[in-house]
Design a binder for this molecule. Structure first.
Ligand code: SF4
Length: 397
């Protein structure tokens, strides 16, 4: 029996944050309801392909999934339970924004089976939150966090973001200290990336400058140090957890399904899937997505990978068969994000080719420069290597 990790995309938000380039945005309640119906149909329709699979993790992300009614989230989970086999201990994460929940909703979410909450805080400074276009204050977050604890959530992640326009080290340290004081089980801390096409990018001259590379690196070092003091270990470049509370869904992704024992299936607008050697991505056009699933028109929809004639009419786009070399690249650039590194034996078992034969020159170079280290059959980034991880990881692609 194979395993799958399921990702569900909810593309709605109360308003668009200025830095956000995710597939998300505001929508009417009617549009949300139409989307829900389409999503449930997609989940049911696809189930026939996964009769031999058991769901190990579910991640409901977005967008802001907590914008939906708790009953709608429960409906998604019930639909999955009714049409798929699900591990009784499956990790089920919901991304949640303060300002979209009340105590009753949190209680219903808990009762629906959500067992992990990922709360988007980003900053504990209200001026920074306002600048980012977030819909909540730090106090809103605190209230939601405590309510979540009170209704019984025992596995909570807090998302933080550093290197914001005008941000200095003291402000970032205050945010970190406030987050650790709450003792969540997991903290994600990413540096802001100003993406082309976002309001932040378009009006970049009007904003305060972002911290330079050196300040960004110092913020990263502070993050690691403060979180370590409070019992969080860094298991991935930007993710920290108390032992046993690593995000299983993401770990499976970074380790590429722990090498072929777990596949990834995405449902909803723009969601990506990787099953065996196949990869595809759902359309990003909500009109198309709703058209196909509102009518539930099998002829329009079912492009299953062998039927090339209907691929263009499906919600499934960019359907590709992954070459071995592409899978090797993913093994390296995703696996090396994990602090535990990648195993040469596992590489050999997956591809019947040695890692040294394929990447010997790059490995040697980074090891000699002190950016990577080998211990037994494991190779991983050093502290120095983590500072320039983007350069190192891209050298394997
Ligand atoms: S809440 Fe998240 S998904 Fe929505 S606009 Fe803000 S950053 Fe983007």
């Amino acid at each position: 029996m194979h395993s799958i990790g399921v990702y569900i995309h909810i593309p709605f938000c109360v308003q668009k944050c200025v830095y956000c380039d995710f597939l998300s945005g505001p929508a009417t309640r009617q549009r949300q309801q139409e989307y829900m119906q389409a999503l449930l149909r997609e989940i049911v329709w696809e189930s026939k392909y996964y009769t031999q699979y058991v769901i190990k993790t579910i991640f409901i992300g977005g967008g802001t999934p907590s914008i939906l009614e708790a009953e709608e989230i429960a409906e998604i989970l019930n639909c999955l339970r009714a049409h798929y086999q699900m591990d009784a201990k499956a990790e089920i994460t919901l991304e949640m924004n303060p300002g979209t929940v009340d105590r009753n909703k949190l209680l219903k979410l808990k009762n629906s089976g959500i067992n992990r909450l990922s709360i988007g805080l980003q900053s504990a400074d209200n001026a920074e939150l306002q600048m980012l276009g977030r819909i909540h204050t730090y106090e809103d977050f605190l209230w939601a966090y405590h309510q979540a604890r009170e209704v019984g959530f025992i596995n909570i992640n807090i998302d933080l973001m550093s290197a914001l326009p005008g941000q200095h080290m003291d402000s970032w340290i205050r945010t970190l200290n406030k987050a650790v004081a709450l003792q969540p089980e997991h903290i994600s801390a990413y540096s802001l990336i100003i993406e082309d096409g976002t309001p932040l990018y378009e009006n970049r001259d009007a904003w305060d400058p972002v911290p330079d590379e050196e300040e960004d690196r110092q913020m990263y070092q502070q993050t690691k140090q403060i979180l370590a003091e409070y019992g969080y270990y860094r298991y991935e470049i930007s993710n920290y957890a108390k032992v046993g509370y690593e995000c299983k869904h993401n770990c499976i992704y970074w380790q590429r399904g722990v090498w072929h024992t777990t596949d990834f299936v995405g449902f909803g607008l723009g969601a990506s899937s990787t099953v065996g050697n196949w990869r595809w991505k759902n359309t990003e056009s909500i009109k198309r997505y709703l058209l196909v699933f509102q009518k539930h028109n099998a002829k329009l929809y079912d492009s299953r990978l062998t039927d090339n004639s209907s691929v263009g009419q499906s919600v499934k786009e960019e359907v590709v068969r992954l070459l071995d070399v592409e899978q090797m690249e993913e093994f390296m650039f995703l696996g090396l994000r994990m602090m535990e590194g990648v195993s040469k034996q596992e590489f050999m078992a997956s591809f019947a080719e040695s890692m040294d034969k394929r990447y010997g020159a790059a490995l040697q170079k980074w090891i000699q420069l002190g950016m990577m280290v080998q211990s037994g059959d494991i190779v991983k980034l050093t502290e120095q290597g983590i500072d320039v991880s983007n350069t190192i990881l891209s050298s394997f692609v």
